[in-house]
Design a protein around this ligand. Sequence first.
Ligand SMILES: NC(=O)c1ccc[n+]([C@@H]2O[C@H](COP(=O)([O-])OP(=O)(O)OC[C@H]3O[C@@H](n4cnc5c(N)ncnc54)[C@H](OP(=O)(O)O)[C@@H]3O)[C@@H](O)[C@H]2O)c1
Length: 252
Amino acid sequence: MDGAAGEAEWQALLAGAPAEGEGGSLSSLFAPLFAPPTAPDGCIVVGRLAQTLDGRIATRGGHSRWIGGEGDLRHTHRLRALCHAVVVGAATVAEDDPQLTTRLVPGPSPLRVVLDPSRRLGAGFRLFREGPPTLLVTAAEGPDRHGMAEVLRIGCDASGGLDLAALLRALAARGATRIFVEGGGQTVSRFLAAGLLDRLHVTVAPMILGSGRPAFALPEVARVDEGLRFAWTVHDLAPDVLFDIALGRRKP
Ligand SMILES: NC(=O)c1ccc[n+]([C@@H]2O[C@H](COP(=O)([O-])OP(=O)(O)OC[C@H]3O[C@@H](n4cnc5c(N)ncnc54)[C@H](OP(=O)(O)O)[C@@H]3O)[C@@H](O)[C@H]2O)c1
C-alpha cells in the first residue's frame, strides 16, 4: 500500500521533530509500529486519545477542540503519516467533520476509515466529499458508494458491535497493516475490549472538565485487581504528558 511511510522513510519523517522534549525518544515511541506484527491478522494497531485529568475526551455536547496542546496535535498527525489507515467512530465525524489528513508534519495521508454501523452519517461530511480515499464501514444494507467513499459491509461480533477482527483482516487484505485508531472513546474502547490493540498512546492534559464523554468505557469490574494494569513509558509533550503502553492485544 502506497499510503504510508515505508520503514526506510519513517526516520526521515521524524527528522523535523526534536528527538527529545516533544516526546522523549521519538524512536522508542514509533519503532514498535514498524516491528513485525505478532497477531495472525498481520496488523499493528495503535489506539490514541487525548484526555483530561478526569478522563474526559470531550464535553457532553461533543466539544473537544482542543484538549491536548500543539505537541499532541503534531503527534496525532505524525501517527497518521506513519500508518496506512486511520479509524474513527461515527460520533467523531458527526461532531467534528474532520479531514484526518496529514497537514502538520511531512508524510502521506492514510486511508480514512469511518465506523458507522447503521449508516446514519449523511454524505455531506468532508471525509465523503474531498481528500484521500475513505472507507465507510457499516453493517447496514445500501448503495456501494457514500459520496466519494467506498462502502465496506461487515457483520457484527458477539458484543453486537461491528466485527473489528474482520475489519482488520479486510484492511490487511488491502495492504493496510499499520492501523491508527484515532477516536473517539467508544471506538478505542471497543478495540481495547476486543483485545485488538497492540499499543495505546494516551495524552493527559493538565485540565479537569468535571463532566463530559469518557475516554474509556469497558465492561464493569467488581474489584480493582480485575482492572487492566500495565507498564508505560512517559513522554513529555509539554504542557501535556504522553503515556505509551504496550498492550500486545491484551483483553481487559
Ligand atoms: N480527545 C480526543 O482524543 C478525541 C478524539 C476523537 C474524538 N473526540 C471527540 O469525542 C467525541 C466522540 O467520541 P465518542 O466516544 O462519543 O464516539 P466515537 O468513538 O467517535 O463514535 C462512537 C460511535 O461509532 C460507532 N462505532 C464505533 N465503533 C464501533 C463498533 N465496533 N461497532 C459498532 N459501532 C461502532 C457507533 O456508532 P452508532 O452511534 O451509530 O452506533 C458508536 O456509537 C466527539 O465529541 C469528538 O469531538 C475526542
